[in-house]
Design a protein around this ligand. Structure first.
Ligand SMILES: [Zn+2]
Ligand SMILES: [Zn+2]
Length: 353
C-alpha cells in the first residue's frame, strides 16, 4: 500500500452554516465491509446546494460531514471482513453514494428500493462523501470502471447518468415504439436524451430554454424539426405541428409549473408522465385531465448499483457520452456558484491530484 497520510483537507458541511468549509480531518479507516479509496474525481451536483442550505434534513445527517456524492477512485485498502475476489487493490471503481444496507429486515432494501434506504451509509448526503482525497465506502457501492471511461465520466455516471437510466428503463419502461417528449437538457436530461436514442424511440421531441442546449441535441442527431424553438409554448407547438395525441411518454427533467402543466396537455390518452426534476417543489395535477386521459404519473429518484454497471458499459462502448468538464477539488465553491448561475452547460467533475 502506498503511504496514506494521517490527515487530509476536505469540503465539509457544518450544521447551521450554508457555506462549504475547507477543513482538515483524519483520513478514514475502512470499516469491516468498507474499502478505502484514493479519490480520482468527484461530480458536482445541483443538490449540493440544497444539502448546504437546507437545515431540515433526514435523521441520519450528522453535524459535520464531507460533501460529494458522485465519486470515482482507486482501491487502496480492504476492510477486515472482505474476502471478495471481484475487486483487487489498484482497481478503478465508480462509487454509488447510496447502495442501501442490504439488511434482511430493511423496509426498503427488501423491496428493491436501495436508493431510498435510510439505514445504509449515504456518501456525501449527510454522511462523509467524496470531496476529499480519500474516502471509505461499503464494498457494495462499487462498480468496476471499464477501459475507455475517464474517472470524471465514471464519477458523473454514478448519479447524473444512473438516475436518468433508472427513470427511463426501470420506472418508465420506455420502449422503441414510443414517441417521447423530453423536457430539460441539463446535467441529467442530456444523458436521458442519449438513453432514449439508444432505446431507438420512434420519435423524440425536445424542449429546453437554452438555444445552445438544443444545438447540442441537434449535434447528437435529433432532427431540427423535433426541437421546440426557444420561447414557443410546447403545447402550442405540438398542436401546430400536427403532433397532437402522438406523445406516449413525457420525461420531465425540469419539474416546474410550466413543464408539468404542459406535460399533462401534451401526453396522449393512456400515456405516461415520468417525473424526475423538482425545480418547483409543488405542482398541480389536473384531476379531470389525469382521469379522463387515464394517465400514469410515475415518479423516479436516484438509481442503483446494477443500473450503474449497465451505464458504465454503455459509456465504454461509446453509446453514451456524459458531458463533463474537469475542475480541481479546490475550486468547488466557484463551480457550485457557476452551476447555480446557469454557467455550467452539463456537469463538472472535480479532479483530484
Ligand atoms: Zn446528485
Ligand atoms: Zn436498507
Amino acid at each position: 500500500m502506498t503511504d496514506v497520510p494521517a490527515t487530509m483537507f476536505a469540503w465539509r458541511k457544518h450544521r447551521g452554516n450554508p457555506e462549504p468549509v475547507w477543513e482538515e480531518i483524519p483520513v478514514p479507516e475502512p470499516g469491516p465491509t468498507d474499502v478505502l479509496v484514493k479519490m480520482l474525481a468527484s461530480g458536482v451536483c445541483r443538490s449540493d446546494h440544497s444539502l448546504l442550505t437546507l437545515e431540515k434534513q433526514a435523521g441520519w445527517f450528522t453535524d459535520k460531514w464531507t460533501l460529494g456524492h458522485e465519486g470515482c477512485g482507486k482501491i487502496i485498502k480492504f476492510g477486515s471482513a472482505i474476502n471478495d475476489t471481484k475487486f483487487k487493490i489498484g482497481d478503478v471503481v465508480a462509487l454509488h453514494a447510496v447502495p442501501g444496507c442490504n439488511g434482511a429486515d430493511c423496509p426498503e432494501c427488501t423491496r428493491d428500493l436501495s436508493q431510498i434506504c435510510e439505514r445504509g451509509h449515504h456518501s456525501g448526503i449527510g454522511q462523509d462523501g467524496f470531496y476529499a482525497p480519500y474516502a471509505a465506502t461499503d464494498i457494495r457501492s462499487l462498480a468496476l470502471v471499464p477501459e475507455g471511461v475517464t474517472p470524471a465520466e465514471a464519477a458523473v455516471a454514478t448519479d447524473a447518468v444512473t438516475t436518468a437510466y433508472h427513470a427511463i428503463h426501470r420506472r418508465g419502461e420506455v420502449k422503441p415504439h414510443e414517441t417521447v417528449f423530453l423536457f430539460g437538457l441539463g446535467g441529467l436530461g442530456f444523458n436521458a436524451l442519449q438513453i432514449l436514442k439508444n432505446i431507438g424511440c420512434r420519435r423524440i421531441f425536445v424542449s429546453d430554454i437554452r438555444q445552445e442546449r438544443l444545438d447540442e441535441a441537434a449535434a447528437l442527431g435529433i432532427p431540427r424539426e423535433d426541437l421546440v424553438p426557444v420561447g414557443v409554448s410546447p403545447t402550442q407547438w405540438i398542436e401546430d405541428n400536427g403532433h397532437a395525441a402522438t406523445v406516449d411518454t413525457v420525461c420531465d427533467f425540469v419539474g416546474t409549473h410550466q413543464t408539468f402543466d404542459d406535460a399533462q396537455d401534451i401526453v396522449r390518452r393512456g400515456g405516461k408522465l415520468l417525473c424526475i426534476g423538482s425545480l418547483d417543489t409543488e405542482n398541480t395535477i389536473h384531476m379531470k385531465t389525469g382521469t379522463r386521459k387515464r394517465l400514469s404519473y410515475i415518479f423516479s429518484y436516484g438509481g442503483q448499483v446494477p443500473d450503474l454497471e449497465v451505464v458504465l458499459k454503455l459509456v465504454a462502448e461509446g453509446s453514451l457520452r456524459p458531458q463533463v468538464e474537469e475542475k480541481t477539488l479546490k475550486e468547488f465553491p466557484t463551480v457550485l456558484k457557476d452551476l447555480l448561475d446557469g454557467k455550467v452547460k452539463a456537469r463538472v467533475a472535480l479532479v483530484h491530484e
